[in-house]
Design a binder for this molecule. Structure first.
Ligand code: ZN
Length: 264
């Protein structure tokens, strides 16, 4: 589909070739905004076998997705008679630890790495608390890009070791995630790096989680969807994916989304 990058606050639009990761006027985050009149879905789209390439028409890409076979994770039915004492409730769990680096982050990373390569970048960077950094390090190495990960020096040492093992340059930050974020954005700007992280392209990649679930449920939209949240970027990606499928006529309703966050 044709698309622009649209500011989520002041609605200024940028072309698909723009490398901006924030609005140049108001510094807010951007979002990929599609022109649905350019969508050309096969009549049998819903029956096509789910795969990472199946959903490319809902992605802002002009080349095939660079994939490490992320996605296609199990949707596991839970025995609700045993768990809740009410077998009439249907409950499913999406097992995202089946992804290459064991988190949903790989879905977004595949799109970011593909986009970085389409735009001609050979270096990427990001701020991370661990999981995203590992995912970006692994995909970068596989597809021949160099990666620099900004991470708090107090991060879990096992995570730091795994990221380094993937050949990434580690920048240990004397501060928290927000300090890492500021440094990564500056580094990207001054070193012509493609900035990975919770920006518009990652959000697009994470939509595949809900697209896949709908395939696995035979397009029967669940009543409720529970999503664990930190910054709620996955929840926001799922909501965007649902709205887009509704616009494309693939589903008629959107489930009620429930965000679940740890108390502390
Ligand atoms: Zn703006």
């Amino acid at each position: 589909m044709d698309y622009t990058l649209k500011c989520t606050r002041c609605t200024k639009e940028y072309g698909p070739q723009s490398t901006a990761f924030r609005c140049k006027l108001c510094k807010s985050v951007l979002e990929v905004s599609y022109d649905y009149s350019t969508l050309e879905l096969n009549a049998g789209f819903r029956n096509e076998v789910p795969s990472s390439q199946k959903y490319v028409q809902f992605l802002p890409l002009s080349t095939p997705l660079r994939t490490l076979e992320e996605g296609s994770t199990e949707l596991k039915a839970v025995d609700t008679e045993e768990l809740l004492g009410d077998g009439s409730v249907k409950l499913h769990l999406k097992i995202e630890t089946e992804n290459p680096t064991r988190t949903f982050k790989d879905r977004g990373t595949a799109v970011e790495i593909t986009k970085a390569m389409e735009l001609g970048f050979s270096d990427v960077c990001c701020a991370s608390t661990g999981n995203m950094g590992l995912s970006i390090a692994k995909y970068s190495r596989h597809f021949g890009l160099s990666s620099t990960i900004f991470i708090s020096k107090d991060a879990n040492t096992e995570k730091l070791r795994k990221i380094e093992e993937q050949g990434a340059k580690l920048e240990k930050v004397d501060g928290d995630f927000n300090d890492s974020l500021v440094l990564a954005e500056e580094f990207a700007r001054y070193n012509q790096n493609f900035l990975c992280g919770d920006y518009h392209y990652r959000k697009e990649g994470q939509k595949s989680l809900i697209f896949e679930m709908l395939d696995q449920l035979g397009y029967q939209v669940p009543d409720y969807l529970f999503v664990q949240v930190g910054n709620a970027t996955l929840l926001s990606a799922i909501y965007k994916g649902l709205k887009e499928y509704k616009k494309a006529g693939l589903i008629k309703k959107v489930p009620r989304l429930i965000a679940v966050q740890s108390e502390s």
